[in-house]
Write a protein that binds this ligand. Structure first.
Ligand code: A3P
Length: 293
């Protein structure tokens, strides 16, 4: 385990935790985080665990809040952070003490997931977001979270993202790994949610999620959850619960919550460069991301 400084070619660098070539945040405890990343395959699961799996900045907080409210059976803001249920970030002893069903979450690649999750047929909720908005969101996240010590420019961050040199390495490999697994294991209990679909029609997606998870929609629960989880409500209600330890001054996980914000950031040349790399990397992919709704 080492601290790794990813240079951006313009005199700025991002500080990552480097665990055998896998780059993550230190989560304030580098040794422990590295141990968890290494031993993730052995994480102890329960058959009724739900795993939210998502590339970082795909809408993990949103989905976690929705599913947690469903299991609570009420549309009330969850008074804790999704980080407290995140397997690479939080103490495994604390996760062991959570009541069932646990709504766990992680950004690690499919091949790194706990082995028991597959053996016990835990349910996976797989969240994806168009990679242009995701890259912009990740840039702001990397600049905002003090542990990364980054103050570089967007134009120098984008190439790092496209080369798989940002947090959790390659977005492309993450998506392709899952896609391969889903096509070769059609019985895998996985439900795919696109961020853009959640934005377009939250209630429809909440209903689909409820069906997958076996949660009943009683007394208008799903409609109430869809409403309560809207960006504006979450940005207002959730800030005080976001950080189980010290808050990061001036930073929030609720930045903008839009589809199409990338258009405010990408130049025409950056967009062409992005599209070219996307075409090359995703030749075998059937995903059809929406960049606006
Ligand atoms: P932006 O940075 O584009 O605003 P994650 O939870 O995986 O870290 O993803 C964070 C992104 O999801 C941020 O995107 C955040 O604003 C957005 N997000 C969080 N909650 C949301 C909600 N309730 N509705 C819409 N977007 C949400």
């Amino acid at each position: 385990m080492t601290e790794y400084k990813q240079e951006d070619g313009d005199g700025h660098s991002i500080t990552y935790l480097n665990t055998d070539g896998y780059w993550t945040c230190t989560f304030n405890a580098p040794q422990e985080t590295a141990k968890k990343i290494r031993e993730m395959a052995n994480f102890k699961c329960r058959a009724d665990d739900v795993f939210i799996c998502a590339p970082v900045k795909s809408g993990t907080h949103w989905t976690w809040e929705i599913i947690s409210m469903m299991f609570e059976g009420k549309a009330e803001t969850i008074k804790r952070s999704k980080i407290e249920n995140m397997i690479e970030a939080f103490s495994w002893e604390a996760l062991e003490n959570l009541p069932s069903p646990r709504v766990l979450n992680t950004h690690v690649h499919y091949s790194r997931l706990p082995k028991e999750a597959r053996v016990l047929r835990c349910k996976f909720v797989y969240v994806l977001r168009n990679p242009k908005d995701l890259a912009v969101s990740l840039y702001n996240h990397t600049k905002g979270i003090t542990a990364f010590e980054y103050d570089g420019k967007w134009e120098n961050f984008l190439p790092l993202f496209l080369q798989g040199k940002t947090e959790y390495n390659s977005w492309f490999e993450y998506v392709l790994e899952w896609e391969k697994e889903m096509s070769t294991s059609p019985n895998l209990p996985v439900h795919l949610v696109y961020y853009e679909d959640l934005k377009e029609n939250t209630l429809r997606e909440v209903r689909r999620l409820g069906k997958f998870l076996g949660v009943e929609d009683t007394g208008g629960l799903f409609e109430a959850i869809s409403e309560k989880c809207q960006f504006e409500n979450m940005a207002k209600d959730k800030q005080k619960y976001l950080f189980p330890q010290d808050p990061i001054e001036g930073f929030t996980f609720y930045r903008k919550g839009d589809v199409g914000d990338w258009k405010n950031w990408f130049t025409i040349a950056q967009n062409e460069y992005f599209d070219k790399i996307y075409r090359d990397m995703m030749k075998s992919s059937k995903h059809n991301f929406r960049y606006q709704i």
